[in-house]
Design a protein around this ligand. Structure first.
Ligand SMILES: Cc1cc2nc3c(=O)[nH]c(=O)nc-3n(C[C@H](O)[C@H](O)[C@H](O)COP(=O)(O)OP(=O)(O)OC[C@H]3O[C@@H](n4cnc5c(N)ncnc54)[C@H](O)[C@@H]3O)c2cc1C
Length: 350
């Protein structure tokens, strides 16, 4: 039986492991923490559901069962305090999922699926990168570009997803307030100037408390840092890199789960079918990552100046007219060289 070693029992590493085990490989996963999902503490995150195949259907095709808590989002409220707009869609725009080390989270559900597939997960154990086949260790701490701080708590408010914009609330990022089935997650995300996060979170909390007449009791702190790379590392020697370890994170909104699971799947398929993982990964992710660079450039150049009012007007319009900003269309291709040069100057760490 062929043996494979994976570093990191997060969502990308476990997806790779599940697919390899199902194809008959003996898989050992090494995880530095005592359990899966310890990076998060009940955070609610949005699984982006871009045009094309539904993300949950895609996961099923990648041998991932959907047993974790998962709530479709068809209505999003956008606001900067002055202006408010709404996006309503028939197709779910996101699915909300929970992250952490407990039942119902994506992390824990993948762990269960991995154990059922016969994978051995060695907790509290790490090995050098050059001893493994797949590196799936999450953020690269030399390339931290974004940070989020937030809280989760119970509430009797009705379900909602509100995105709030403004550099006092979320410097170059966005704040979010999510409620699903009496469980709320409120966060502020900050890009670049990471030390602003405490102040931004306090402003965010005050903003939502006032807006929804909130009484927050027994909140639990959530959040953390995220890394982004302009040059993705898919291979180093014979090792494959997946998820955030490969720099796979959207530079506009910080989405990384779909990338993580897809890259884990592609790495496994490359081993099973003896394919060139780097070539497959580049082909799969290149355009969407480039479109993200252009979108981040436009976000900072066009929308920041008017406190994101134009953005709040434009987003529902794009949604109604089925305009996809992730396609890397002809206009985005023309803007790309300027966007890349701007991002390189602004965010030298990536
Ligand atoms: C606050 C926050 C909010 C986010 N919101 C969203 C969102 O709404 N939507 C979205 O799509 N994405 C979101 N993301 C990004 C998303 O969480 C990540 O992109 C995704 O979890 C990356 O998966 P991964 O498998 O690469 O890494 P992880 O899920 O971090 O897993 C990596 C694993 O490797 C382990 N590990 C690390 N180093 C070692 C080592 N040396 N040896 C052994 N094990 C090691 C870790 O302990 C961890 O278990 C958010 C991120 C943050 C921080």
């Amino acid at each position: 039986m062929k043996k494979i070693k994976i570093l990191g029992a997060g969502i990308s590493g476990l997806t790779a492991a599940i697919n390899l085990a199902k194809a008959g490989y003996k898989v050992d996963v090494y995880e530095k923490n005592k359990d899966t999902g310890m990076r998060f503490h009940g955070d609610m995150q949005g699984l982006e559901n871009r045009k094309g195949i539904d993300v949950l259907e895609e996961f099923k095709q990648m041998n991932i069962k959907i047993n974790f808590e998962c709530y479709p989002v068809n209505n999003i409220i956008l606001t900067n305090g002055v202006k408010t707009s709404e996006i309503n869609t028939e197709r779910a725009r996101y699915y909300l999922v929970k992250r952490g080390s407990f039942d119902g989270t994506v992390d824990y559900d993948l762990k269960k699926q991995a154990l059922e597939a016969g994978i051995e997960i060695h907790y509290n154990k790490t090995v050098p990168e050059n001893e493994v086949d797949i590196v799936a260790i999450g953020p690269n701490f030399k390339q931290i570009t974004g940070v989020a701080k937030g809280i989760v708590f119970n509430t009797d408010l009705e379900d909602m997803l509100v995105l709030a914009y403004g550099d006092d609330l979320a410097f170059k990022g966005y704040s979010y307030f999510i409620v699903r089935n009496g469980y709320a997650c409120m966060c502020s995300t900050v890009i670049g100037e990471l030390d602003r996060v405490n102040e931004c979170f306090e402003n965010t909390k005050e903003f939502f408390e006032k807006k929804y007449d909130l009484n927050v009791t027994s909140p639990k702190i959530v959040g953390g840092v995220g890394s982004i790379a302009l040059n993705n590392t898919y291979m180093n020697g014979n090792r494959m890199y997946v998820g955030e370890a490969a720099g796979l994170q959207d530079i506009v909104a910080g989405f990384g789960m779909r990338f993580a699971i897809k890259s884990g799947y592609l790495a496994a398929q490359s081993i099973i079918n003896d394919e060139d993982y780097k070539a497959v990964a580049e082909k799969t992710f290149e355009n969407i990552l480039k479109a993200g660079i252009v979108n981040r450039y436009l976000y900072e150049k066009l929308f920041l100046k008017n406190s994101y009012s134009l953005f709040i007007d434009l987003l529902p319009l794009c949604s109604r007219h089925n305009f996809s900003a992730e396609k890397f269309n002809i206009l985005q291709r023309m803007i790309y060289p300027f966007a890349l040069s701007y991002i390189k100057k602004k965010y030298s760490e990536i």
